[in-house]
Design a protein around this ligand. Structure first.
Ligand code: IPM
Ligand code: MG
Length: 372
């Protein structure tokens, strides 16, 4: 675990800055009430960086990210930048960060808070108590595979190409993360691919099976095709515990899993690199939701996914388990108390702004700390 705590905050676009503001307040609270010191740097990413310096992330910001103990990211993108060159689009900065920081394991926990079981579009009995974790491979597959591009054809038409590729090493390292985490949970992993159609999926299944046989005898491993998994996630999500899957399937299935919890505004994520000898790993924490340009600047965004991402940072980068739990407990109390941002609003609850949600969570932190 790192002893210094240099955090690079990249608020980005849309609602990113609004939810990151609440994270700054929670970090100030941790300083005041728990004596934790953080060295905080802030930078631009995505459309904000593009407008400022003509690139979605500068070399200087890249260097800061490489040197930081953890990066906290809001969101990138928006219709304003729809017309920019493909390699300059806001999302390119995020993909570059993931790739150059080597953040191959993306943890996306979908947990239904008891107070929100009614908010899910699914029936409460299907989602109540849901607590699953999607481990998404993040630096390989079709997102980065070569060749790629749009090519002219002799007949005047064009051909768009992307390549799905995975190596033994890429599959084994992310599967190992899933198995290690499963060992601390219900000891079940479901590996998801399309081995019935894709060679890369067949290799995925073989390598995951092999790794389990070699190193994880105590874990129960099952396999599922991605289309079936998408269906099972809405039919009976509680059958799952840890799901491990590739970059593209993980992108899709994690949006689906997020919605089971009531709102995309509830889901945090951690993206982790390989641990060095001291156990330190590069890490980036971000909400699964995007920049939500339609509601940006109106102080109505839900800051919970961003704050839960901060809790994941405390836990995974700094081993601050007690503080992570404090924050999660405070959030749970506020939800149980009936506070709701617009996205999770329900009859009889109090609809509050981003800022008021932040205020309430800080107050709940004070109370939780006093009671401890
Ligand atoms: C996510 C997002 C990103 C992705 C986009 C913004 C590039 O959807 O983190 O899930 O596709 O990985
Ligand atoms: Mg996505």
């Amino acid at each position: 675990m790192a002893t210094t705590r240099t955090i690079l905050i990249l608020p980005g676009d849309g609602i990113g800055p609004e939810v990151c503001r609440q994270v700054r307040r929670a970090m100030d609270w941790l300083g005041r009430a728990r004596g934790l010191s953080f060295t905080i740097q802030e930078g631009l990413i995505g459309g904000a960086a593009l407008d400022h310096s003509g690139v979605p992330i500068t070399e200087e910001t890249m260097q800061q990210a490489l040197a930081a103990d953890a990066v906290l990211l809001g969101a990138v993108g928006g219709p304003k930048w729809d017309g920019v060159a493909f390699d300059l689009r806001p999302e390119a900065a995020l993909l570059r960060l993931r790739s150059e920081l080597g953040l191959f394991a993306n943890l996306r926990p979908a947990k239904v808070f008891p107070a929100l079981a009614d908010t899910s579009p699914l029936k409460p009995d299907i989602v109540a108590g849901l607590d699953i974790l999607i481990v998404r491979e993040l630096t390989g597959g079709v997102y980065f595979g070569e060749p790629r591009g749009i090519f002219d054809l002799p007949d005047g038409g064009r051909r768009g190409v992307n390549t799905q590729t995975y190596t033994t090493e890429e599959i084994r390292r992310v599967a190992a993360v899933a198995f290690d985490i499963a060992a601390t949970r219900s000891k079940r992993v479901c590996s998801v691919e399309k081995a019935n159609v894709m060679e890369s999926g067949r290799l995925w299944r073989e390598e995951v099976t092999q790794l389990k046989a070699e190193r994880y005898p105590g874990i129960e491993l099952t396999h599922m095709y991605a289309d079936n998994c998408a269906m099972q996630l809405v039919r009976d999500p509680k059958q799952f515990d840890v799901i491990v899957t590739d970059n593209l399937f993980g992108d899709i299935l994690s949006d689906e899993a997020a919605m089971l919890t009531g709102s995309l505004g509830m889901l945090p994520s951690a993206s982790l690199g390989k641990a060095d000898r001291s156990g330190r790993r590069r890490a980036l924490y971000e909400p699964v939701h995007g920049s939500a340009p339609d509601i940006a600047g109106r102080d109505i965004a839900n800051p919970v996914a961003m704050l839960l991402s901060l809790a994941m940072m405390l836990r995974h980068s700094f081993g601050l388990m007690a503080e992570a739990e404090l924050l999660e407990t405070a959030i749970e109390k506020v939800l149980t108390g009936g506070m709701r941002t617009a996205d999770i609003m329900a009859p009889g609850m109090a609809r509050v702004s981003t800022g008021v949600m932040g205020d309430s969570i800080l107050r709940a932190l004070d109370k939780t700390q006093a009671a401890a």
